[in-house]
Design a protein around this ligand. Structure first.
Ligand SMILES: NC(=O)c1ccc[n+]([C@@H]2O[C@H](COP(=O)([O-])OP(=O)(O)OC[C@H]3O[C@@H](n4cnc5c(N)ncnc54)[C@H](O)[C@@H]3O)[C@@H](O)[C@H]2O)c1
Length: 256
């Protein structure tokens, strides 16, 4: 190979990224590699801010207000994306919630379980299904599902969140089998990442205990996940599909 090739170059591709915590870092990282960005979330102001910052990389970017659990909103999202961007190549299924060590098993209600599974798991089925035909049409598809270390470990009071994330890991492998060869599907299992979601449950004592079991001796930043997402989104990983990558400072961060 004599010429320089930028395997991270996403110029001209369109990425849909859901959520504004890790999602914002993902959107900005993909934008820095040249991708056009469709940022989605619940609050127009927040996603408009992500879209504005992404445009500083000289790409096209829009924010679409969308409830990830609403089929109507997701159909509308696809219509807007195609109208504004013309194609869909990359999907980052990042929105998720629940857990936080608050899920006392005996107090779980069917409504709560359905809510978390709708948010974390069923939304991935629905939005991915809507994007797949357009990825095939464009001849380039990469879907990145954001899981969690909670999908691999078992810690107290996380059964709904953790089991939904374990399902995402296995779903990722099945999607990779069903959607190849044009579409690659991979997942990232973050450890503790400094976002609003983590800050709501983090105390100095918990952080100290987490760092004791983390060889790299810091908690993660959203940009650490953004860089893993860029790897899976770009041709750098063109022969990688069906994988779950743990990005966790080399260790385990538990709330309890
Ligand atoms: N932060 C961590 O330590 C950590 C660790 C492991 C896994 N994760 C996973 O990473 C992903 C992102 O987490 P985060 O820390 O950025 O969370 P966050 O709470 O900071 O951000 C989540 C975003 O999702 C949006 N959102 C929530 N419900 C929505 C809905 N129904 N429709 C559209 N948007 C909705 C919120 O508005 C918010 O912008 C989640 O799947 C989470 O489970 C996070």
């Amino acid at each position: 190979m004599n010429t320089k090739i930028n395997f991270y170059d996403l110029t001209g591709m369109t990425a849909i990224v859901t959520g504004a915590g890790i999602g914002k870092a993902a959107a900005l990282t993909l934008a820095s590699a040249g991708a056009n960005i469709v940022a989605i979330g619940r609050t127009q102001e927040t996603i408009d801010q992500t879209a504005l910052e992404a445009r500083k990389f000289g790409i096209k970017s829009i924010g679409v207000k969308c409830n990830i659990t609403s089929d109507e909103d997701l159909n509308n999202l696809i219509d807007i994306t195609l109208k504004e961007m013309g194609q869909i190549n990359i999907l980052v299924n990042n929105v998720g919630g629940g857990g936080g060590g608050r899920e006392k098993f005996q107090r779980l209600t069917k409504e709560y379980i359905e809510k978390i599974y709708n948010l974390n798991l069923f939304s991935i089925f629905t939005l991915s299904k809507l994007c797949v035909p357009h990825m095939i049409k464009s001849k380039y598809g990469s879907i990145i599902n954001i899981s969690s270390m909670a999908g691999e470990m078992a810690t107290p009071n996380m059964s709904v969140y953790g089991s939904s994330k374990a399902a995402i890991n296995q779903l990722t492998k099945y999607m990779a089998v069903d959607l190849g060869p044009i579409i690659r599907v991979n997942a990232i299992a973050p450890g503790a990442i400094r976002t609003a979601a983590l800050e709501s449950v983090l105390t100095p004592e918990i952080e100290k205990k987490m760092l004791a079991k983390t060889p790299l001796k810091t908690l993660g930043e959203a940009s650490d996940i953004g860089m893993g997402i860029l790897y899976f989104a770009s041709p750098m990983s063109k022969w990688v599909s069906g994988q779950v990558l743990a990005i966790n400072g080399g260790g385990i961060q538990e709330l309890d």
